[in-house]
Design a protein around this ligand. Structure first.
Ligand code: MN
Length: 457
């Protein structure tokens, strides 16, 4: 199949210009002006923005959390993703603690995902314990296309201690790989939880109080000191606040390579959401928690200054019935929010349209930087001859309001309920297939597993 997209505005990380794009089969064949192709299906893209398909490098589909499983799995989750212009998700596979191998973890995640995805997919691998066997498995993971890893400094089922943290990030760097790290101080958070419970403070409004910004900043600081000792790059995932951001900036001033990711919920929501009546605050329980308005401003400024490399979502959705597992104890509320569907349109509406970031920055944050960090550029993350024909078409004229009544997720709540969107996803091409047309999913389950190479920045 050939498509000729005429007169669209093509956005890259460097420039925005009127161009025609010729798609042949699964690839982009040509990009230029006045392209002609007699046997192609011609589409007029006048007034539309053509972005390289968005990459969401932080999702959790079909994940067991707190005795339940996320409401969205790879089937519903990737449908929501592609409807929102995302053509590649990188989900987190995990080793099991207590002798589980990375290979077993990877097989388990392939079973969850294979054949079900409506956009392309890959995995990061979470390392939850470290021994000689795990070390030997790193090369095997690289052969399987897994070149990025995840480490937790909190959560007993997954956290690694400082000794292993040091060893792992050092070893990964020897292989040209790196880890994204969940930074929160586990010990003090446990103590604050005990204090809250002893005082009978059991509602969701206590969630941000027991996971304060200082305890995220402390973990970021410790990670970066350890990374300096190991002389290794690291990625701070889901960065939420000003204090933690300053730790990153200090380390960079000392010459360290530190990548950072944030998410729309930290840019657009503030911690007043936890005090919503009737247990509504539970909707927003995620870790690290949503912070203050001043933190939002700091993160937007960091995006404008290119100090944060990617905006991902940490998609991890639950229904209100599932959230009610913590009705009498906020620590039992399964943590996480949906987000994979609206990342692009939220960043366009509240970032580009409000003048906080440029179209080129949006392209880098949603697509190009992730492609380079996670080793798929320029196959992904670019509209260039030879790239996969993954294209998200934004129509700046489309208007909508985010609502759980109309979203594509299986979950029944949306943290951005009522948010107006100016600009919507009109079409999405996934490797040359028209997967979304007029904002509707028209071809599903075309997603393929993507083998990734090593980082390119
Ligand atoms: Mn996560």
């Amino acid at each position: 199949m050939k498509y000729l997209l005429k007169n669209g505005t093509v956005v890259s990380g460097e420039k925005t210009e009127k161009q025609d794009v010729l798609i042949e089969g699964e690839r982009i064949a040509e990009v230029g002006v006045n392209l002609q192709e007699h046997d192609a299906c011609v589409m007029d893209m006048t007034g539309k923005l053509l972005f390289p398909g968005f990459i969401d490098a932080h999702t959790h589909f079909d994940l067991e959390v707190a005795g339940t499983v996320t409401a969205d799995d790879f089937e519903s989750g990737t449908k929501a993703a592609v409807c929102g212009g995302t053509t590649l998700v990188i989900d987190y596979a995990s080793q099991d603690k207590g002798g589980g191998t990375l290979k077993e973890g990877l097989e388990k995640w392939h079973k969850k995902a294979d054949g079900k995805c409506s956009c392309d997919y890959s995995f990061h691998m979470s390392i939850v314990e470290w021994n000689e066997k795990t070390e030997e498995e790193i090369e095997e993971m690289i052969r399987e296309g897994i070149t990025s890893f995840k480490l937790y400094m909190t959560y007993p089922a997954m956290m690694v201690n400082d000794c292993d943290l040091y060893k792992i990030i050092k070893k990964l760097n020897e292989f040209g790989c790196f880890a994204g790290v969940h930074c929160e101080n586990s010990g003090v958070i446990d103590a604050l939880i005990s204090e809250a419970k002893a005082a009978g403070r059991l509602g969701p409004e206590n969630h941000p109080l027991v996971r304060p910004d200082d305890m995220e900043a402390e973990a970021v600081h410790r990670l970066l000191v350890i990374a300096r000792q190991a002389d290794a790059p690291v990625m701070v995932v889901h960065l939420t606040n000003k204090k933690a951001y300053h730790e990153i900036m200090k380390a960079r001033e000392c010459g360290q390579t530190v990548y950072a990711e944030t998410c729309p919920q930290y840019l657009l929501l503030d911690d007043s959401v936890y005090s919503e009546p009737d247990f509504e605050g539970a909707k927003f329980v995620c870790a690290p928690p949503i912070r203050k308005k001043t933190d939002q401003e700091c993160l937007w400024q960091a995006l404008a200054e290119d100090k944060i490399q990617t905006v991902a979502t940490d998609q991890c959705s639950f229904t209100m019935e599932q959230k009610a597992l913590g009705k009498d104890d906020f620590t039992k509320i399964p943590g996480g929010l949906p987000g994979v569907e609206t990342r692009g349109t939220l960043l366009y509406t509240y970032g580009v349209r409000e003048g906080r970031i440029t179209l080129e920055q949006m392209c880098r944050l949603l697509s190009e930087n992730a492609a380079k960090l996670y080793g798929v550029y320029p196959r992904k993350g670019a509209i260039l001859p030879g790239s996969d024909a993954d294209i998200a078409v934004i129509d700046p004229q489309m208007e909508s309001i985010i609502s759980a009544k109309t979203h594509a997720y299986r979950t029944d709540n949306n943290p951005f309920e009522g948010f107006p969107l100016h600009g919507g996803i009109d079409k999405v091409f996934l490797r040359g297939h028209l997967a979304v047309d007029n904002g509707k999913l028209v071809e599903e389950k075309l997603g393929k597993y993507i083998y990734r190479g090593k980082k390119q920045i």
